[in-house]
Ligand binder design. Sequence first.
Ligand code: HEM
Length: 156
Amino acid sequence: MGEETKGNTDSRSANNIGNEKNGDTADGGVKFYTLEEVRVHNMNSDTWLIIHNKVYDISNFLEEHPGGEEVLLEQGGADATESFEDVGHSTDAREMLQQYYIGELHMDDRKKNTKEAQVTDSGKSRSFWALCLVPAIAAAIFGVVYRFFILEHKSS
Ligand code: HEM
């Protein structure tokens, strides 16, 4: 009794089978973590970060960080994309990230988490309306006006 009961029972985490530490799943796919799952890893000995929707376990990197461990701990369990980019990290720093990669932020948590995603989504739908519907409506109005003038012309 009790074994495996505190694991990921959320249906959104159905892909979370396998070794939690390396992001592998039973089928060899990418592992997805919810924001809630990441949030609890906010301690000195256990620190996860989200950067650009990717999840990193940086517990072993804290002491090595050239910018100090304090700044990393402040971001522990949260989305550090903005602060990471604000510092203007080098390409070397970005490459270092790869070794701490453990998975991806769950799709459901990306939209409410990323302002950019929302802006892009509304931008996309706006361009759909502009590209398809606006010209179609304009053509319909033109047709009606044109027919009206032709009939007017014929009857006079
Ligand atoms: C796991 C993620 C991170 C890695 C691998 C990383 C790596 C590095 C590296 C290699 C440097 C040396 C300068 C460079 O090459 O750009 C650096 C500097 C620094 N980092 Fe990070 N960093 C990470 C996350 C963060 C975060 C989230 C913050 C802010 C909250 C931060 C703040 C700083 C600061 C303040 C410096 C010092 C910059 C300076 O003195 O010029 N880092 N980091």
